[in-house]
Design a binder for this molecule. Structure first.
Ligand code: 13P
Length: 253
């Protein structure tokens, strides 16, 4: 069975003390995870090591960086390379979040470079895609998302593609309280999987976990995660509340 993943994206929130407290509360309230279930915390850079240490000894729980540089190394003040993330023992990095695309001008070509650097450093990308409201209203979301995948991922080999986690995050559902319906999520996830299948074959497509993101909360997680092509979620606001996120974890298939 594909990995089912509850991924938190803390974005630029919490002090270290608040982050530690949230993690401890969550560890106290979570149930044991099944062998195919993972929890990944996308935390700000300064908290990667402390939260990684707090999670130590809890099976199937990992930290992820929220971004990495598109440069290998060198005079790029303020940047963090994939190699640095590898060197602190990370396994995951979020790449291509819509906030990075929108506020930091990351385009599909730049993201392709980041994906390459992540894979070269044994990091598994959690690659985000998803359409803005105008595209959804024009009903061209399938080709929009397909283009994002095509231009950032499809230069890779089938063996590399096996390592992808994809997060479908419709921009109109992020932080708005307006969730995609479970039917809309399933429809897009099935489309994404079919696009992978035509590029890499069914076998590879069926190993790729596709997460849904956009106003996931305890109250809707079970229904969304219950869809056949939805393999968990990438959660913003609700991941900052221990009870909410614990319940979301418990909603994994
Ligand atoms: P919200 O869950 O706050 O809508 O954010 C979703 C998101 O952007 C996760 O990466």
């Amino acid at each position: 069975m594909r990995k089912q993943i509850a991924a938190a994206n803390w974005k630029m929130n919490l002090t270290l003390q608040q982050a530690e407290q949230l993690t401890h509360e969550l560890l106290a309230s979570k149930r044991n995870l099944g062998a195919n279930q993972l929890v990944v915390f996308g935390v700000p850079f300064p908290y990667l090591l402390p939260i990684k240490n707090t999670l130590q000894g809890n099976g199937n729980m990992y930290v992820a960086a929220q971004n990495c540089s598109d440069k290998k190394s060198g005079a790029y003040t303020g940047e963090t390379s994939a190699e640095m993330l590898k060197s602190i023992g990370l396994k995951y990095v979020i790449i291509g979040h819509s906030e990075r695309r929108e506020y930091f001008n990351e385009d599909n070509a730049t993201l392709a470079v980041k994906v390459d650097l992540a894979l070269a450093n044994d990091l598994q990308p959690i690659f985000c895609c998803g359409e803005p409201l105008s595209v959804r209203e024009a009903e061209t979301q399938n080709s929009y998302v397909e283009k994002q995948l095509n231009e950032s991922l499809f230069h890779l080999s089938a063996d590399q593609a096996r390592y992808f986690v994809v997060a479908y995050e419709p921009i109109w559902a992020i932080g708005t309280g307006r969730t995609a319906s479970s039917d809309q999520a399933q429809e897009m996830h099935a489309h994404i999987r079919s696009v992978f299948a035509s590029k890499y074959g069914e076998d590879v497509a069926n190993t790729i976990s596709i997460l849904y993101g956009g106003s996931v909360k305890a109250a809707n997680a079970k229904e969304i995660f219950g869809q056949p092509d939805v393999d968990g979620g990438l959660v913003g606001g609700a991941s900052l509340v221990a009870d909410e996120f614990a319940s979301i974890i418990n909603s994994l298939k």
